[in-house]
Structures are given as structure tokens and as C-alpha cells.
Ligand binder design. Structure first.
Ligand code: ZN
Length: 320
């Protein structure tokens, strides 16, 4: 009798879950838990509970399995830049809606809602600061803002950052995370790829360093432009990096792709990435690379503009 009741109970509970799933009231894939409003954080990879404070102290990397939880742009800047050295750039640039675009929602409403919800104006923060005492121009993309998509503001802010760095003879570091170009801005969004790439080319012509850091996920137009144009390309462990999505490629090739396809590790194996650096070592690694690539002492004009560094000047005079 008791057994019957039990099996009946189990069956009805099962039905109940099945119904809820069918009705869509339970989402099977749960989003990564926000950590701001909880003392504990459950690792989405290994399930271990960590005290939020400890997780933050470990830069949001699970101490049990090494899973790199997503971090927002402010947190990333705190992790990388020496305290009290950050000066933000171009914070006044705001996105517009040149096409009057509408999908399920009008683009301008989507923008306003996202801005209100997360307190960012667009998907990238840029600025100048120091990393272990070395000057650097840093751009950090933020996935929370429409999937880190690259619209006109992202392109313009990154271009101005790179141009400022070229002028000052600073190295550029861009922490990438993006779903790709922002389709709501159409062609204007795609143009950003060329604009940023051109600025990076001028930076390279001045023999200055550029290091992109590819974090989870870096895809689409960002991969097809500045994420892959680095002198040295770094990636975070297990980051998804690719152009088109896995499903699209599988359907086109009619072939099953290997499990580690489009991971940082696979890209390293094939030479697309130079090194995989755990987040807890990222600041020191970047500082070391920048220190190794410092140009010789720069010559500064009276108005503060760097003219030419001495190495290049002597080369020029030797040629002439
Ligand atoms: Zn874990």
C-alpha cells in the first residue's frame, strides 16, 4: 500500500516536472548565477559552493575546477589597472538608431532599457592607466551590454583609444568578449571592423605593441578584425573563440565537429593564439610583455606630444 502511494507520488511528481517543462515554466539551461546578491556562488561547471568574497578575491575563478566566471568591465579594470591610475575616455559617446531598426523591440528602446539595467552607455569601456607602473591604453568589452556587440560607439571608442595610444607611444590591450557586429546598426556596425583595423595598422607602423586578450566568448566580427590582429594574442582558458557558430558550420560542412572545436586550447594548438593565460596571472603576464617591448626613451615636445622615439630617429638619420 505504502509502496503504491510512493510510486504514485513519484509518478505525479515526474508528471508535474514534465508539464512544467512542456509549458516552459522551467528553463533547463539556467543562466549563470549573478553573484552580487548572494553570499555563496555555485560553480556552473563543478557545482562547488564558494563564499562569494573568496571567489572575488580569486578574480572570479573557481578554486576547485578553475572555471573562469564572467566578469564585467568595471571588475576587469580593477583586476588589471593599478589603483588610482585609471582615466576613462570618451564616456560621453552615446549610441544612436540611424536605421530606425526594429526586431521584436525597437532598437532605441532596447538601448535605453539595457543602459538603465546595467548602468553602461555601450558595450566597451576605454581609458588610460598603469599596469604594474607601466602606462597602457586599455579597452574592455562588456558582454552584459547586448552581448558585447560591436556598434558604432564600440568602434569609435576603440579607434580613439588606439589613436591616443599611438600618439602617446603607449601599448594597447583590448579585452575582447563579443557576439559579433551589432546587426541593429547594419552596415555602420560592419564598418567598425575596417576602422579599428586601420587604426591598429597605424599603431603597428609606429612599431608599437598591441595585445588582444580573448575571453569567453569572442566571436563574429570582433574575431574577424581586432581580436586576431595582435602582435601577441592571449586567451583565457576554455574561452569560446570563433567566427560563425558551431551549428552553422556543422550544417554547412555536414560533419560533426570535435568537442574542443572553437576553444582557446584548440586555437592555441593551431597557432591562432599565442598563449593561454589564467586570469589570476593575466596582469603580471601583460606587464611582463609590455616591459619587454618598451620602446627606448621617448622624446617629448613642449606641448606634451611624443614626437619620435630615439631608436627610430637614429634609424631615420642613418638612412638619410
Ligand atoms: Zn568549479
Amino acid at each position: 500500500m505504502a509502496n503504491n502511494d510512493e510510486s504514485r507520488g513519484l509518478k505525479s511528481l515526474f508528471d508535474w516536472f514534465a508539464n512544467r517543462r512542456k509549458n516552459g515554466t522551467i528553463s533547463i539551461e539556467r543562466p549563470e548565477r549573478e553573484i552580487a546578491d548572494g553570499l555563496w556562488h555555485k560553480c556552473p561547471k563543478c557545482g562547488v559552493l564558494t563564499y562569494t568574497k573568496d571567489l572575488k578575491a580569486n578574480q572570479m575563478v573557481c578554486s576547485e575546477c578553475g572555471h573562469h566566471n564572467r566578469v564585467d568591465s568595471d571588475e576587469r579594470i580593477r583586476q588589471l589597472i593599478d589603483s588610482n591610475t585609471w582615466t576613462a575616455m570618451d564616456e560621453h559617446l552615446r549610441p544612436t538608431d540611424p536605421l530606425g531598426f526594429r526586431d521584436r523591440k525597437a532598437y532605441k528602446d532596447r538601448l535605453r532599457e539595457t543602459q538603465e539595467k546595467i548602468g553602461l552607455i555601450d558595450a566597451v569601456k576605454t581609458g588610460l592607466g598603469e599596469i604594474n607602473g607601466l602606462p597602457i591604453a586599455l579597452g574592455v568589452m562588456d558582454f552584459r551590454f547586448m552581448g558585447g556587440s560591436m556598434g558604432s560607439v564600440v568602434g569609435e571608442k576603440l579607434t580613439r583609444l588606439i589613436e591616443q595610444a599611438t600618439q602617446r607611444h603607449y601599448p594597447v590591450v583590448i579585452v575582447c568578449t563579443s557576439g559579433g557586429a551589432r546587426m541593429q546598426e547594419g552596415m555602420l556596425s560592419l564598418m567598425q571592423m575596417a576602422k579599428i583595423s586601420a587604426a591598429l595598422d597605424r599603431h603597428q607602423q609606429a612599431r608599437l605593441l598591441y595585445i588582444p586578450v580573448l575571453t569567453n566568448p569572442t566571436t563574429g566580427g570582433v574575431t574577424a578584425s581586432f581580436a586576431m590582429l595582435g602582435d601577441i594574442i592571449l586567451a583565457e582558458p576554455k574561452a569560446t573563440i570563433g567566427f560563425a557558430g558551431r551549428r552553422v558550420i556543422e550544417q554547412t560542412l555536414r560533419e560533426k565537429l570535435p568537442d574542443d572545436f572553437q576553444t582557446a586550447e584548440d586555437l592555441l594548438k593551431h597557432g591562432f593564439v599565442d598563449e593561454i593565460v589564467p586570469r589570476t596571472q593575466l596582469k603580471n603576464t601583460l606587464a611582463q610583455l609590455i616591459a619587454l617591448h618598451q620602446p627606448p626613451a621617448a622624446t617629448t615636445s613642449s606641448n606634451g606630444n611624443v614626437l619620435l622615439w630615439e631608436g627610430k630617429m637614429s634609424l631615420t638619420s642613418a638612412e638619410s
